[in-house]
Design a protein around this ligand. Structure first.
Ligand SMILES: NC(=O)c1ccc[n+]([C@@H]2O[C@H](COP(=O)([O-])OP(=O)(O)OC[C@H]3O[C@@H](n4cnc5c(N)ncnc54)[C@H](OP(=O)(O)O)[C@@H]3O)[C@@H](O)[C@H]2O)c1
Length: 266
């Protein structure tokens, strides 16, 4: 049977900007019903308005992944509204720009709390419904930083690596429930990620890194994610020449270690 997005219920975290916003547009254009989540309600409303959305097909559900105490109520709200959840896009997250020696442990914990624990808390909340439905797709927006560490991104990279371990285990456990998992590893995508990255003093980096500026568009990234879902891929890499590092690490780990150290530590 050919794949169709028509009437699928797609819950997108981090839908207020960047990759999540681009995903909202592409899923909506394919006839999906959307749940849009992130902290900033007014930005979610802006995205919904831009979709020219039929309001009964879009649910705005503000959510802070650093505080997961209300997550089960939010999941119930989605079920009450749409009756099912077909696809959960775990996309929300933030990056880091600080050396290990300058990063207090509370910032490491914050990165893990949002990027890892927040993501798995939402996943665990949705999972029983997908098991009951005998159908579902978890999409996890990791990063090439989930494949190797890089300057200034120690805890960010750790949080993304942790996602791979968790979701590889989950993939095995739910295979017979017809639940699928797609890990997405973008390289450089032109969004506000470097501007929003946290620094060692807890503030924002507030810089559009040059490599970010030159990255692929959020629309292109979203397009490849939809293709990955349709083709039931386990893992996809999205970006430009920065993706070569993944293959070099896999096949020539010693060479990789020497090469990556010499990259511009932006
Ligand atoms: N851009 C890249 O080059 C790149 C590369 C690799 C991986 N990624 C990953 O792609 C994902 C999306 O990032 P982006 O590039 O689109 O950056 P972005 O424009 O900064 O978007 C990040 C999104 O996450 C949401 N968010 C941040 N903290 C949150 C929290 N505590 N609770 C709920 N939502 C939160 C933000 O919304 P609010 O501020 O409204 O909460 C925003 O919608 C991230 O997981 C990032 O690690 C991006």
């Amino acid at each position: 049977m050919s794949f169709s997005y028509q009437n699928k219920v797609v819950w997108i975290t981090g839908a207020s900007s960047g990759i999540g916003e681009a995903l909202a547009h592409q899923f909506y254009a394919k006839g999906c019903k959307l749940v849009l989540s992130s902290r900033r309600k007014e930005e979610l409303e802006r995205v919904s308005t831009k979709l020219s959305a039929n309001s009964s097909n879009v649910l705005i559900l503000p959510l802070d992944l650093e505080n997961t105490s209300t997550i089960n109520e939010l999941t119930q709200k989605v079920i009450q509204t749409f009756g099912k959840i077909d696809i959960l896009i775990n996309n929300a997250g933030f990056s880091q720009r600080s050396l290990v020696k300058d990063t207090p442990l509370e910032i490491d914990r914050k990165l893990m709390e949002v990027n890892f624990f927040g993501t798995i808390a939402l996943t665990k909340s949705v999972l029983p419904y997908m098991i009951k439905q005998k159908n579902g797709h978890f999409v996890v927006v990791s990063s090439i930083a989930g494949k190797f560490g890089f300057y200034f991104r120690s805890a960010y990279s750790a949080s993304k690596h942790a996602l791979h371990g968790f979701f590889e285990a989950l993939r095995m456990e739910v295979f017979n429930d017809n639940i699928k998992i797609l890990m997405v590893c973008p390289g450089k995508v032109k969004t506000n990620i470097s501007i929003n990255a946290i620094t060692g003093d807890g503030g924002k980096h507030n810089v559009m890194d040059q490599s970010q500026e030159n990255g692929v568009s959020a629309d292109e990234c979203a397009k490849q994610i939809l293709k990955g879902i349709e083709n039931n891929k386990y893992e996809i890499f999205i970006g430009g020449k920065e993706l070569r590092a993944i293959w070099i690490k896999r096949f020539f780990p010693n060479l990789f270690t020497n090469l990556i150290r010499k990259q511009k530590p932006e």
